[in-house]
Design a binder for this molecule. Structure first.
Ligand SMILES: [Zn+2]
Length: 286
């Protein structure tokens, strides 16, 4: 006999692979997706709840003093009941001695889900040999390394450091380290797609592709982003290597996750992009 009680519909797990929440974010009222944004733990968790996002990777900003940024990430993990997962950063241009102590701090930090590097915002290439100890640490700890890619929010950045092609060499030298190209390499989306296609350890997130909601072209930018994400997933044929990410507070979670849910892919592939790829890559079941 069939049960009359309807089973709750299984909703695919949803993980945002790219958000920022830090007191070191500059000019939030002008850079956030809306001026009256509630840029706080409460604001982020409320948006996650209303959009069905279970967990989010919080990427430490390069502007935060590294030690304090690390502690901030750990606090957010505790205060969110484990929903906000810390990803640390390290800057290889800070000078040898201070780099060595930053590295030691990362080594000793037990609760870490990845390491975000900011080539472009900081003047170094991903294949800079000074980073080798970071990649070795990532290998030992099975941590993904995320690269800022493409456009820099501030004019002082140097784009030559932030092209996906610059990741190719290091992806080959450290085959066991999973790498993530943030923002699909935008505007070098084709380059990012090729990196993913060629290197089995390279992934890409789709964060930060949308225009500001105040732009008259917001809706069209949303449709264009939808089309571009579909193109790279379909043309590489590798849905297991792309991750939903918003870059909150730059994009609203509603617009970003709405885009991922609208992708013209199979249910399984859409669920992979929404959450299961991130769960596997960042080892969220541990
Ligand atoms: Zn970001």
């Amino acid at each position: 006999m069939r049960s009359l009680i309807a089973r709750p519909e299984a909703r695919p797990k949803c993980v945002d692979a790219h958000v920022h929440l830090t007191k070191w974010w500059p000019n939030i009222s002008t850079t956030g997706y809306r001026p009256e944004l509630d840029y706080s733990l409460h604001g982020l968790l409320s948006e996650m709840d209303s959009t069905g996002i279970d967990r989010a990777l919080v990427l430490q900003m390069y502007l935060a003093p590294e030690e304090e940024g690390l502690a901030e990430g750990q606090r957010l993990y505790d205060d969110s009941g484990g929903r906000l997962l810390p990803v640390a950063t390290i800057d290889p241009t800070q000078g040898e001695e201070s780099f060595a102590s930053s590295l030691l701090r990362l080594e000793q930090e037990e609760r870490l889900y990845g390491i975000k590097l900011y080539p472009g915002y900081r003047p170094f290439y991903p294949h800079d040999r000074r980073l080798d100890p970071v990649y070795e640490l990532a290998h030992r700890r099975s941590l993904p390394v995320l690269f800022h890619q493409g456009d820099t929010l501030e004019g002082r950045g140097l784009l030559k450091f932030a092209r996906p092609l610059e990741v190719d060499e290091v992806a080959g030298r450290f085959r066991d380290v999973p790498f993530v190209l943030c923002h699909l390499g935008n505007p070098w989306i084709d380059e990012a797609a090729e990196l993913v296609y060629k290197n089995p350890n390279v992934h890409a997130d789709m964060s930060g592709l949308l225009a500001s909601p105040s732009s008259p072209y917001f809706q069209r930018s949303w449709e264009l982003a939808l089309q571009r994400v579909e193109e790279v997933v379909v043309s590489t044929g590798l849905p297991s290597r792309f991750l939903f990410g918003s870059d909150w507070p730059l994009e609203s979670l509603e617009a970003a996750v709405g885009l991922t849910r609208r992708l013209d892919l199979s249910d399984t592939d859409r669920a992979a992009l929404l959450g299961s790829n991130a769960e596997r890559l960042f080892r969220l079941a541990r």
